[in-house]
Ligand binder design. Sequence first.
Ligand SMILES: *[C@@H]1O[C@H](CO)[C@@H](O)[C@H](O)[C@H]1NC(C)=O
Ligand SMILES: *[C@@H]1O[C@H](CO)[C@@H](O)[C@H](O)[C@H]1NC(C)=O
Ligand SMILES: *[C@@H]1O[C@H](CO)[C@@H](O)[C@H](O)[C@H]1NC(C)=O
Length: 393
Amino acid sequence: MTPRALLFLLSLTVLVSSAVAIKWLAMHRVHQPWTDPRHCPKTHDDRKSYGLNGYQGRMCRRITELMPIITKAAKETVFGCAKMFADRRWNCSSLLAVPYLRNDLTKGTKEQAFVYALSSAAITHQVAKACVSGQLPYCPCGKNSPTAVSSADPTYKWKGCSDNVFYGMRVSHEWADAPWRSRIRENRSDSSSRQRRINRESALFDEMSFMNIDFGVNKNIKSLKPRMQMNQHNNNVGRQVTELSMYRKCKCHGVSSSCTVKTCWNTLPDIVQIAHKLREIYDVSAEQHLRPFPVFKSDGSIDSSDVPQQNMVYLRKSPNYCVPNLADGSLGTQMRECNVSSTGSGSCSNLCCGRGYNTQQVHVEEQCQCRYVHCCYVKCNTCKYWMNKYYCK
Ligand SMILES: *[C@@H]1O[C@H](CO)[C@@H](O)[C@H](O)[C@H]1NC(C)=O
Ligand SMILES: *[C@@H]1O[C@H](CO)[C@@H](O)[C@H](O)[C@H]1NC(C)=O
Ligand SMILES: *[C@@H]1O[C@H](CO)[C@@H](O)[C@H](O)[C@H]1NC(C)=O
């Protein structure tokens, strides 16, 4: 895979795009990771069944090393979303049907905003970590910039291999924003715009140049249709929240770990923590019209002075998800298990929307009264009892 081959390929193909950009999450069904170009979808139908557009299909063949990482990000997004929303009326189960999505994830709701942000964060996170683990041979360690550190402390040595969050953001942008990229109005009299696009692609393989690449998509974002602008914005939120979650980790050195010298590097927390942060943003994001977009600085980072809050943006009020309504993308909450003793989102009063609940007795067997026997093993009894389960009417 040489940059030259990639240029050739790109110059042959007209980019075809679709407005729904998270269809690639269908890659969560890939069981055997694609590690060779031959594993990539071959036919148009095959490609569509994994939700890939033409550009993503080509990326699969040209940059196959990325595919196991993208697959992991898809799994993290689909199963992580379901976990995050398990006790809510909208529980993310509609995402399991991807690439076939319902209106809850296509018409511009808050839920859509969350899924986009999580998916672009998951790619950023997976790629940033892959750079450190050596899965991406052309990706170096990230910048050891001592942003959060008082540089006055002379004991710090920035020598560790930091997660390469900028490269993660680059790939996330390349992959997750691909479906609308071709819709961005290019300056047709500017003969270098195609060249710029080609440069951007080959920069993925060039550790020196990818930092200097202009995220041109954000400059012309206003030329996108509102729903694409929304998706672009929320993808940016996912990447930005990931970037801002970087923290410093240090290891002590010195005589008997006296810590006279520390080796430090920047690392990202677990994706679950980033997902929690995104859910907090989802919870506070008020319905709002599109606001000015984040601006990328020349080093590829987001100019956060331009973004008062990392708010998600959405265009349409969500239904309350209480009753089934296909047009709204609501599945309703009938037969959902609820919790009588809780007062939170999974409580019977919230989940059942005032319809009440049915009680079912279920027989439970579990190990109990466990104790050590002699020194080394544990013996338990089996306790059998009945317990109540509650289901929304
Ligand atoms: C388009 O590109 C040409 C040539 O680079 C430049 O002179 C012109 O100002 C550009 N127009 C816009 C609207 O950016
Ligand atoms: C999620 O909600 C749907 C619709 O209410 C329901 O059919 C499904 O069983 C729920 N999934 C889980 C894992 O609770
Ligand atoms: C119900 O909610 C209570 C209080 O939040 C919690 O302690 C309990 O584990 C929950 N029960 C189930 C079955 O989830």
